[in-house]
Ligand binder design. Sequence first.
Ligand code: GDP
Length: 439
Amino acid sequence: MLNNLGNRFQDIFKKIKGNGKLSEKNIKDALKEVRLSLLEADVNYKVVKEFINKIKEKSVGEDVLKGINPGQQFVKIVNDELIELLGGTNARLTKALRPPTVIMLAGLQGAGKTTFAAKLAKFLKKKNEKPYLIGADVYRPAAMKQLQVLGESIDTPVFTIEGSKDAVEICTKGLAKAKEENATYAIFDTAGRLHIDENLMEELKNIRKIIKPQEILLVVDAMTGQDAVNVAKKFNETLNIDGVVLTKLDGDARGGAALSIKAVVGKPIKFIGVGEKLDDIELFHPDRLVSRILGMGDVVSLVEKAQETINEDEARELEEKIKKQTFDLEDFLKQLNQIKKLGPITKLLQMIPGANQLGDLAPAEKEMKKIEAVIQSMTKEERKNPKLMNAGRKKRVAKGSGTNVQVVNNLLKQFEQMKKMMKMFGGGGLPGMKGGFPG
Ligand code: GDP
């Protein structure tokens, strides 16, 4: 799937010319073509519009790194934004503290729910889990039998009450049985309909109340394109789903659904189905899919290397400046930008275990923005020589940065203190550290 998109993109990237900077002019045609290809791949038009704007924002004015060409740099930007569009890092399946983890599958008839229930059970078995299947599709006549046959083939117990039309009863008893059997995962296959209707939603809400799932996964058929996206949106509005399973991506689906779901529905794709066999299931990895679409993994790593080199160069330069005590506010601004490139502080700190105990981090984020605005409102001369900042200049900078004189004063004071610290470190290290660490 999405092969066409990949071929189109490769042609587009080849045509980007010029050097030094990515400009409105040298990426204009590329942007136009990326836009067209995404629309042709059936990506939601609103998503395309936002995507193009982001790419433009990130590209225009960007200096092209040493050792690579503008086309390559553009590929990297498109690569990163596509990953972001698909939800960034891959979403994992929840695991309940006290087993069984309850997973409720929902979706329209024919989406591939029953098949996925068995695929997921097999997937979990391979990870040494003990899945238990509950067939509560009381609507499609053959569904329960189908699940039983599939369960048998993978040696996984299945609970159903054949002939029953009471899905809630099946689920209640099924969950009790799963606990009795010490299952680590209880997977519920629910009924679908050909279209979304009130009865279906009521039934699903009732089931949810009884089984209290840790994960509600919506199974949608990628072959239905934008319909799949709309279905996901509606189900999410009623059921507040946790993730999406996109099936039949092995077919000739144009794949636009995959690229639109996260942006439109706000929920990540967690698994994809890539065939009718029970092994045809994959955890969804946005970076891998993007790499497959663009087919440009080598270019992406080339740019990443170039970025690392730049950082090394900058770090060396910075070290020199600290040593020579010529570090100024201009350098400080550069440092802030480096930090910003890593992502929002709040997000960065979330990755550190225990960082949530630091409390609300949003103020730090705001503080950084203020500092940045203040420095940006200063002239080059002032950044190099903060001593120039008299009352008049401070007032001007405060106004320009939308802050006040106190904020400007604080920044200047903090910067002076920082310089003093640097003097200590730069001038041969801390006293007593010359001989290296003791011991
Ligand atoms: P349900 O009504 O949602 O339970 O749908 P089923 O699980 O019965 O699936 C409907 C049809 O889609 C069956 O013929 C499945 O074999 C097929 N199917 C399910 N998942 C996939 C997939 O990932 N790829 C392909 N090619 N077919 C699939």
